[in-house]
Ligand binder design. Structure first.
Ligand SMILES: CC(C)(COP(=O)(O)OP(=O)(O)OC[C@H]1O[C@@H](n2cnc3c(N)ncnc32)[C@H](O)[C@@H]1OP(=O)(O)O)[C@@H](O)C(=O)NCCC(=O)NCCS
Length: 195
């Protein structure tokens, strides 16, 4: 078993192709489209996300975000992606593999958001299906975890459709929208059969 980091990305991360969508690393040039999509989706997303800092949609905060993503990628701590629709290359949402734990865990946490104008088109299902081989074959993780609030019907359906199994219930697991909230815990293992 590897007890050390198994991958080293000194080059930009290649984009990942899915069914009708492409995932790629965020860049500074994405700022305007990203900020517009997040602003349009604010009321939809904020109940399910950590509290947005007041300056979150500013260019300087986005620059810090890009630097943090680059550092996470360099140090194998996390992998952030934006999701683009094939038909017109429009940005539709985002997905992250965060909190990568190597050593005896070889695990990471999946997070995602879809812009309000693009929900329920199957884009996140396609994005999660596309990132699974990246997580297990490229990053050589053993376990992908996800957690969601019990009332988040879309997220539950998404996880169950993409081969995640419910493993438990964690009380006051994450501070979401300013409140410590209970979460359902899900995971998908490396050799899980395709759903
Ligand atoms: C969860 C989320 C990412 C799903 O994105 P999406 O692109 O709409 O997902 P998909 O279109 O691929 O749909 C996935 C499944 O969930 C179902 N679904 C989506 N939204 C739903 C809702 N509000 N209620 C019930 N089912 C829903 C879809 O019908 C689909 O199931 P099906 O294929 O069996 O019909 C999106 O709703 C979102 O960003 N929510 C707010 C932020 C959030 O919840 N982040 C995750 C926190 S854990």
């Amino acid at each position: 078993m590897a007890f050390f980091r198994t991958i080293n990305f000194s080059e930009p991360l290649p984009s990942i192709a899915g069914d009708g969508v492409t995932l790629r690393t965020p860049q500074m040039t994405d700022f305007s489209e990203w900020a517009a999509l997040r602003e349009t989706s604010r009321d939809f997303l904020t109940p399910w996300e950590p509290t947005w800092p007041t300056d979150d949609l500013t260019r300087s905060a986005f620059r810090r975000r890009i630097r943090r993503y680059a550092e996470d990628l360099r140090t194998d701590q996390g992998y952030a992606f934006l999701i683009f629709r094939h038909s017109n290359d429009a940005m539709v949402g985002g997905l992250t593999l965060a909190n990568i734990r190597r050593g005896v865990a070889q695990a990471g946490s999946l997070g995602y958001w879809m812009g309000l104008p693009h929900i329920r088109n199957g884009y996140m299902t396609a994005a999660v299906r596309a990132v699974i081989p990246f997580a297990f074959a490229t990053l050589r993780l053993h376990r992908l975890e996800a957690a969601c609030i019990p009332t988040n019907a879309g997220s539950i359906r998404l996880l169950e459709n993409t081969g995640f199994q419910r493993e438990g219930y964690a009380r006051e697991y994450l501070c979401i929208n300013g409140i410590w909230q209970d979460h359902l815990l899900y995971a998908r293992l490396k050799d899980a059969p395709a759903p």
